[in-house]
Design a protein around this ligand. Structure first.
Ligand SMILES: [Fe+2]
Length: 300
């Protein structure tokens, strides 16, 4: 049992060297620490270069199908590069070693690999209407043996983080693996929010692929109000309209894991920008206030 599992902590800080990782936890006015040996990984720069070459050529193989596929494939390619950058920012804030950073970057690079095939075959990014894109990413990496030059344990870590990036909750995994799962989940949500904010500005009034073709309505499902008031993420199954979907995305704030992620969310003003695209009524104004206060508290 780790100290972090015993208390509700308001802040985490990592002080690292190549051999050990010292984690400082703050709970109210007390500090606790946790000292663990660091993992040593075999991944190197050359591996990541090879992975990037594969990723680029794999993406290009989908560009000849038609214009609709090309547009959506390019959007996911751009998303991947931005998620990789956000991953590095979060990794730096955690004082990641060079090999930890290379692993986190590999996870970011491949986390949405399955999106290309998903869109080419199903013309949607809605997993519930097509395939689980995270599992598909894992399947493609395994079938093509892309990670074969890495030790088994590092392959397993990468695949576990990818498989968990779109789950409602992370499955039970080792704490070190869990850190990698949390980083990709945070980075992915931050860039998904950026994409949606840009997208809603252009096509706010009609159903569209990125909003999963949901009907436009000002109504909010009661289960969504209840979840957000309790500082909980919204279940996709409870989403009925585009307004619900936007609130689900605003509720991602309750599933972020690192202080740097909250800072990035705040710096990009994504919650405010998303709120600006929502219809205004007492319920929505109240939910925005709850989310805003929660975010501000994470930045203290
Ligand atoms: Fe993603």
């Amino acid at each position: 049992m780790f100290v972090s599992q015993l208390f509700a902590f308001s802040e985490l800080e990592f002080v690292s060297c190549n051999c050990v990782k010292l984690t400082l936890f703050r709970a109210e006015n007390s500090y606790f620490c946790d000292l663990k040996p660091r993992d040593h990984f075999m991944i190197d720069e050359q591996h990541l270069k090879q992975f990037q070459l594969f990723f680029d050529s794999y993406m290009e193989s989908f560009l000849q199908i038609d214009e609709d596929v090309t547009t959506h494939i390019k959007l996911k390619y751009d998303h991947t590069l931005k998620v990789k950058k956000l991953t590095e920012e979060i990794g730096e804030s955690l004082h990641f070693t060079e090999t930890e950073m290379l692993l986190a970057s590999t996870i970011a690079l491949f986390h949405d690999l399955g999106r290309f095939q998903q869109f080419a075959e199903h013309r949607t990014f809605d997993d519930s209407k097509s395939v689980n894109h995270a599992q598909l990413s894992v399947d493609i990496l395994q079938q093509k043996q892309i990670l074969k030059d890495l030790p088994e344990s590092e392959q397993e870590l990468i695949l576990t983080a990818i498989k968990n990036h779109n789950r409602f909750e992370i499955e039970e995994v080792d704490e070190n693996v869990s850190t990698f799962c949390k980083i990709i989940r945070d980075a992915d949500k931050l860039d998904a929010l950026r994409i949606m904010v840009d997208h809603y500005k252009q096509v706010n009034v009609k159903p569209n692929v990125l909003a999963h073709n949901l009907p436009v309505s000002n109504e909010v499902a009661p289960k969504i109000v209840k979840a957000l008031k309790n500082h909980k993420s919204v279940l996709k199954a409870d989403v009925v309209t585009t307004t619900d979907f936007k609130l689900l995305q605003m509720g991602w704030v309750f599933d972020l894991n690192f202080k740097r992620s909250f800072q990035l969310l705040s710096e990009m003003q994504l919650i405010k920008k998303l709120y600006d695209t929502l219809p205004k009524n007492d319920q929505i104004i109240e939910l925005y206030r709850i989310i805003k206060i929660y975010l501000e508290n994470q930045l203290l």
